[in-house]
Design a binder for this molecule. Sequence first.
Ligand code: DP6
Length: 347
Amino acid sequence: MQNSVTVIAPVNIAVIKYWGKRNESLILPINDSLSVTLSTADLCSKTTISADPSYESNQIILNGKEENFENERILRCFEMIKQRALEAESCPKELLDCKIHVDSENNFPTAAGLASSASGYACLVYGMAQLYSLKKQEISDIARMGSGSACRSIYGGFVQWQKGVELDGNDSMAVQIAPASHWPDLNVLILVVNDSKKKVGSTSGMARSVVTSELIKYRVEKCVPQRIHSITQAIKDRDFPKFAELTMRDSNQFHAICLDTFPPCVYMNDVSHAIVSYIHEFNKNEGETKVAYTFDAGPNACLYLPEKYVKRVLSFINHVFPNDNQESVEYIRGTPVELENEENDFS
Ligand code: DP6
């Protein structure tokens, strides 16, 4: 009876953003989203889970601090995994009866303020699935119940979260549209922008947008379906300028919705806006689109760019944000990543 596993799960950064739920408790989104799962070396969560008959209660430690296991999202993931393992008879009943201890940590620099819920929940659910010998294909919807964006971190490479149409959410899950090996040349630079302001969390921010933003309806109906279609084609064709334009437009529209929310959710700061201007200026001066930006619910920029331009873009960034300046930015580099046991049938 295996009673301890350690797993790692990477972050993913969306190029077509998930923003808004049609069902809060089942975490069902109002639109499809698409992301790239990034190299585990620099940005990932690592989780060890053990089950033992001697444990008296379930316990979870996140980044060295004990958290409440009774948290609705954690508990729901745990119950769903156990239920599925019971149905699949994938592990001994005695193991399912044991309490578990979870120890999870993120390796991101604390200052980065990068969304960790995607890799955190993906890691937790994947670890539990390993403990109870469930297959990976069976858990994307459970990771979604932890945090929406986590369902995309269950797969490597280029991943689409299909919103689905079923009321119970059975068809709302992530699928890989291309493995990392399809476009290994694509690099990512995450520019860590210092920011001390407290932001509205994604969960409450998007709930507020759904209720108050007019623009969000337009985006969901008129923009996202076409964008998902076009960016999938751009990925298949490895068409960087097209991929880049769609990524930047979607990031801008997402933040426009945040400002259209009432009261508004302000995630980008002056440095973030300066980065947007510099990237457009850089692409214009180069005579072609060599780099794209995207921003999640925070001020940090995520730049997508072909490998051959990394050096040039970094020297440009260091030039516009010199180290002695208060507005200096640090960066983390990554590439799309493949995950263990991934079967690639992409052609
Ligand atoms: C801006 O997945 O953190 O990063 O489902 O409420 O846990 P919950 O939200 P979360 O939202 C992520 C929003 C985003 C865009 C994206 O990753 O697609």
